[in-house]
Design a protein around this ligand. Sequence first.
Ligand SMILES: [Zn+2]
Length: 79
Amino acid sequence: MRLALVVTGVLLAVIVAYAGSCIVRPFRDCWCCKGRAHHRSKRNPALSRPCRWCRSSGKRLRLGRRAWNRARRTARAAA
Ligand SMILES: [Zn+2]
């Protein structure tokens, strides 16, 4: 019983910490272009094309922030 309480407390602490970090830093570097917003050609490094995953911003919304935005949108639509 006591172990279940400790595990629940630790899980809640981790969730609150992740939610807080998603509020403080909602964006992370794009996984595809590593935040550079462009892809460089391997054969000719002078050539580059914009990244289509981040729409050449170099940043992507984190998973927690995306879930939060979707929940807010759903709640607003229901009200
Ligand atoms: Zn990108």
